[in-house]
Design a protein around this ligand. Structure first.
Ligand code: GDP
Ligand code: IMO
Ligand code: MG
Length: 422
């Protein structure tokens, strides 16, 4: 049995939540492997909408087991809110959701440090979601972090206090006002709430699933261009969003990886700062934002919008070993006369098809233009109904990327998904 992986190929918000929910119908186990409540994964079905932050997107499928893996960072306060919201819709979450003991905890003071660090950056802000992600991973790597399994230990409170004291000491280096106690009681109660769920040895559990005929679908958060090592550093998140992150975040060996589903929008978006070569500052960008509802699922921040970027996409496919592409949101461009796709860059006046190291480089995309299909895609039920111009667009992308587009999403709902035959 294999560990299949779903991950974003761009700057996040590609539609991972929707696709994991769709694919979860055929996987008994779904596992989040990195990131935390900086993620916002939207799922629409039967007229309902949910935005998931830390809970895996298989949670609405009967018979699934959903794991929060060791590579995730978990904030008990947002987690409890999220769980209560899902449970209010009648979902028996305690039966379906397991948490790995090695998952690191986001403390209230991690969030404060995130805000203090971001405030101190002046004009060069990353645009962090301020959920405490960076500081929590920093503590993990510094070997001082607290993990979900620690909640079960008798000295948990002492360890919490010790880490909080370290944070308060560190915060003395910032000119930043805060109240460390503001969310403390709520946080400690929410940490207790975690005990309502099965707290497991995630790596043993995942491997036992694979050994006993249960495929696992790993759910990525963020996108490849936000990867800590290979994204547009320093404008990245603090985890490995790329495929190897699934091995590290779940404790599963690389040889057990099966399919790698790479999700991309038929255009691009980015929230926060950092390079975005195909960004549009004109009314086309505005149209993408309005028609695509490109506002952060969690923060409500307007997303920066631009044309599809094949240079960045090829880079992400290379990093991840993508076997199947999944194209989202082409329906947003239904009314466009012309659609552009970047096939190369001019970087500081030189042509290249590689994403540059230097985030300060002047990148000018080289575009290929396509005639718009000018028909609504949202009600198409099969590939045979696709307009001619849309087929041309897909064929070009497949030929350029050398990976087949296996799934095409034509709307936010679970049902608006076309799975192409092999
Ligand atoms: P994620 O973080 O990758 O799960 O993506 P988000 O949920 O943050 O953002 C994707 C947004 O696009 C959500 O509002 C989805 O409901 C919506 N969406 C997903 N697929 C489609 C699609 O094919 N067409 C349209 N119009 N919207 C979609
Ligand atoms: P999903 O899983 C889009 C961005 C932030 C910021 C940078 C660092 O929904 O695709 P962080 O909070 O991690 O310190 O922020 O990364 N970012 C995302 N952008 N989608 C996400 O998640 C994101 N998670 C973080 O906007 O630029
Ligand atoms: Mg999102």
């Amino acid at each position: 049995m294999k560990l299949d992986v779903v991950l974003g190929l761009q700057w996040g918000d590609e539609g991972k939540g929707k696709i994991v929910d769709v694919l979860a119908e055929t996987y008994p186990v779904i596992a989040r492997f990195q990131g935390g409540p900086n993620a916002g994964h939207s799922i629409h079905f039967e007229g309902k909408k949910f935005v998931l932050r830390s809970v895996p997107s298989g949670s609405f499928r009967k018979g699934t087991i959903n794991i929060i893996g060791s590579g995730v960072v978990l904030d008990p306060i947002t987690f409890r809110e999220e769980c209560e919201n899902i449970k209010a819709a009648g979902i028996p979450l305690e039966e379906r959701l397991y948490i790995s003991k090695k998952t690191h905890l986001i403390l209230p003071t991690h969030r404060i440090i995130d805000a203090a660090q971001e405030a101190s950056k002046g004009k060069s802000k990353i645009g962090s979601t301020l959920k405490g992600i960076g500081p929590t991973y920093t503590d993990k790597v510094s070997r001082v972090g607290l993990r979900v399994g620690d909640i079960l230990a008798p000295n948990f409170h002492e360890r919490f206090e010790a880490l909080k004291a370290k944070h308060i000491e560190y915060l003395k280096g910032f000119d930043f006002e805060y109240n460390a106690e503001e969310h403390e009681q709520e946080w400690l109660e929410a940490a207790e709430y975690l005990k309502n769920f099965k707290i497991i040895d995630g790596e043993y559990f995942a491997n036992e699933c694979l050994d006993t005929n249960k495929n696992i679908l790993a759910e990525g958060a963020q996108g490849s261009m936000l990867d800590i090592d290979f994204g547009s550093y320093p404008f990245v998140t603090s985890s490995n969003t790329i495929c190897p992150g699934a091995c590290v975040g779940l404790g599963v060996a690389p040889g057990r990886i099966g399919r790698v589903y790479g999700i991309f929008k038929a255009y691009c978006t980015r929230v926060g700062s950092g390079p975005f070569p195909t960004e549009l500052f004109d009314e086309t960008g505005e149209e993408l934002r309005n028609k695509g509802f490109e506002y952060g699922a969690v923060t409500g921040r307007p997303r920066r919008c631009g044309w599809l970027d094949l240079v960045a996409l090829k880079y992400a496919i290379m990093l991840n070993g993508v076997t199947d592409l999944i194209m989202m949101k082409a329906d947003v461009m239904d009314t466009f006369d012309t659609i552009k796709v970047a096939t190369g860059y001019m970087v500081n006046g030189e042509p290249t098809n590689k994403f540059p190291f230097d985030t300060q480089s002047e990148i000018v995309p080289v575009y290929k233009e396509f005639k718009g299909w000018k028909k609504p895609l949202c009600d198409t039920k099969s590939e045979s109904e696709f307009p001619y111009e849309f087929r041309v667009f897909i064929k070009f992308i497949e030929e350029e990327l050398k990976v087949p587009v296996k799934i095409i999403s034509v709307g936010p709902d679970r049902e608006q998904t076309i799975i192409r035959e092999d």
